[in-house]
Write a protein that binds this ligand. Sequence first.
Ligand code: GLN
Length: 543
Amino acid sequence: MAQVKYVFVTGGVTSSLGKGIISASLGKLLVARGLRVTIQKFDPYINIDPGTLNPYEHGECYVTEDGAETDLDLGHYERFLAANTSQKNNVTTGRIYNNVITKEREGEYLGKTVQVIPHITDEIKRNFLALGHNGDFDIIITEIGGSVGDIESLPFIEAIRQTKWDLGHENCIVIHLTLIPYLKAVGELKTKPTQHSVKRLLESGIQPDILVCRSERAINNDIRKKLALFCNVPINSVISSIDAKTIYDVPLLMRKEKLDERVMEIFQLPIGEEPDLENWKEFLTRLKNPTKEVNIALVGKYVELHDAYKSIAESLIHGGARNECKVNVSWVSSEEIENENVEELLGGHDGILIAPGFGERGIEGKITAAKYARETKIPFFGICLGLQVAVIEFGRNVLGYKQAASTEISPNTKDPIIDLMEEQKKITKKGGTMRLGAYSCRLKEGTKVYKLYKSEEISERHRHRYEFNNEYLEKFESKGMVAAGINPDSNLVEIMELKSHPWYIGTQFHPELKSRVVEPHPLFVGFVKAAVDHRIKKEKNKS
Ligand code: GLN
């Protein structure tokens, strides 16, 4: 078996430089050269996984096929590479310590004092290499969360130093992503913060192999020379990463800077032909040359932080590009929506999407939005909680169940139209205990979703505890809200669809987790198309 090559991506100077996008872009270029690549993220916080984190703190929680609750960067990896990740692709300090402490209790270190070095670092190293054992990958990219110099990332940095030593330079490299700030007053780009950040890495025994320099202006040759000189890297390993209009430009920008070639050269891999980026470029052409536009209202309760709905926002971009349509998203706070202002807040839109969520806050506003979409025939897309509020609304206002509710919010309601799943009833722990990951779903012939997926059996990812209560199904179907998708094993309703509406679809699963740049999700493509049709109709009626 050929030696697996490891790329570590660290960040310096400041956070939010886009390590995830750089990692995903490098991954994309290497895949386009025919290499087998996966990307993993190591996060320095103590939570076992981000499943218990408030989206306000950390953005959305991304869910993999195997049901791992992970960092949102894994979404970028999957969208860019069009490949699945798994539990193994996201490891936190919490998980590392948990493993070590479990081993200690099992007596594995008997007699030894368990310490950060070597026990924690050994466990980190074991996890760094874990995906490399089955011969599935040629290159494994590991993004390290946080910035170099943070106290909490020190064990990761030490583990990288050791891994580099164990595997050798030609099998293990470090790419350091830094910021080159532009000082307006003097009209200059400044390299000093990067020099300091590289010194920090050197103090920990790591010489970065490649520098990727984020800046708002292009860095010229003098700056490259200076960085090369002070940071001990060859000049062609100083890569400029200028602010891009869209994250989807970054792979092409990195190609221009030859980041992929540099990595392959150091790894002594044959460079071969140009990477095949045809599909990617076609996507970009469509994205940048829209022939129409639509306004979509994204109704949620975490709207101040757009990262909380990252995958939905990206899926709308993918679906828009496929339709050659610019999608303008207005972020509408569900807490503000009331009967009196719903027309004003949502009226101008060509589509309404109700986002996933937990708990009571903002739920009545979401129900009002669902009612408005149903009555005005604006295309409606409800995801997870978005489906749940749509059926509650239908239950209350069409079927006459005045107390229709979810037991998540009203545990003693007379009409528990959304109720806790049987297997959830005994669960008390919060972390990793929802219905998580991929489940199959059978679609009903003749429904809109059946036409969109062009398939009878699909598989989608879940993250919820509550479900549609099947005792009410007959009543719903008799009035035109049909179960268009059902889990063939458990009979759980996975999709509801309103017959007498141009496009009113709610899914219990999260389709946004499976949309890829070159394979947009059929429901997002369909939703944007419905919004386009709605807009055309609206304009016709006006004239
Ligand atoms: N809170 C709801 C449930 O647990 C919906 C979850 C979601 O939207 N992801 O079922």
